[in-house]
Design a binder for this molecule. Sequence first.
Ligand SMILES: [Zn+2]
Length: 170
Amino acid sequence: MAITKILTPRADWPDVPNGREEIEAMFGKFRWRDPIPGERIHKGFVLVEPEWKGDHLVTATLPIVGKMTIHKKIEPIIISVLNQIMDRGSAHLLKLMLCYCARHKMCNPRRELSTHSWGIAFDVNPNQNRVGTDGSMPQVIIDAFKEHNFEWGGDWRFRDPMHFQYATGY
Ligand SMILES: [Zn+2]
């Protein structure tokens, strides 16, 4: 378990984009394609241009959770979120966190791309916070993400309580 503390000034953090156009303006126009018949990847996942990954993603070493692939611009923000959780003595409440995954929303090929495709969304404690349930997300985790301007899927009409994203209106 990696526990490091890195402080980054708030001024470095990007504004929260609203909608696909702003997401792509801030985090990069996503370059991908759907699989062709016979290509074996998980249903609803997409194939991303390797160059896009190199330009926009980084494998960072984060507090509490250790190594994780995320968007480069999200790194200082998620470090601060995790430091806050740690500072409040609640690191043990974060059991599992997932981020980068290039796929359609809900793995449904007919839906638009998920914010996980840009590496700007995090699924926290997914086993205790299934889609469509109330879940049991600890308030200290909700607060840490929201205080860093993340949107929480637990506030959506169709609840996704494991999900936090650095974007609105998408
Ligand atoms: Zn999610």
